[in-house]
Ligand binder design. Structure first.
Ligand code: AMP
Ligand code: ZN
Length: 146
């Protein structure tokens, strides 16, 4: 859709650090991460809110969120869990109006670090972080293939 920053990322007109891609779904690092590894999963087809998102595509987005949550646990980022979240609509503080699933890695007892990150939203070492996530996906695929 014209003027949508996430559609521009899909077409390559806008930059993003992509960690996962298939025919239907793209996952890339949030530009203002709460913590290292904060990733956004989007359908490649534009939909502003869940009201306009095809249910099968919604399932594909969650499939990739699930993959990332598992991959993050196996990555050097060493997460112990993750928050998966969709802000659906302006009432829910959605600011980018192309549906997206936040995947935010969490560690045991990270509440202070998480709180600081929630306020500062400062990216650090993004290429290295992305490399760790891709490595985590490879480890997961190898494990699932056994
Ligand atoms: P929300 O719509 O409130 O669920 O959040 C939108 C998210 O998109 C925020 O976490 C932003 O930091 C993130 N964001 C906005 N523009 C970009 C971009 N060009 N690349 C990556 N992340 C972005
Ligand atoms: Zn869009």
């Amino acid at each position: 859709m014209d003027g949508c920053i996430f559609c521009k990322i899909v077409t390559g007109e806008a930059p993003a650090i992509v960690v996962y891609e298939d025919d239907l779904v793209l996952a890339f690092l949030d530009i203002r991460p709460i913590v290292a590894g904060h990733t956004l999963v989007i359908p490649k087809t534009h939909s502003a809110t869940l009201d306009h998102l095809d249910p099968d595509l919604a399932a594909d987005v969650f499939r990739v969120g699930h993959l990332l949550a598992r991959a993050l646990r196996r990555s050097e980022l060493g997460s112990d869990g993750a928050n998966l979240l969709i802000n659906d609509g302006r009432a829910a503080f959605q600011t980018v109006h192309h549906t997206h699933l936040h995947v935010v890695p969490r560690k045991h007892r990270d509440i202070v670090q998480f709180g600081i990150g929630f306020v500062t939203r400062r990216p650090r070492g993004r290429e290295q972080v992305a490399a760790h996530i891709r490595e985590g996906i490879q480890r997961l695929n190898a494990e699932d293939a056994q």
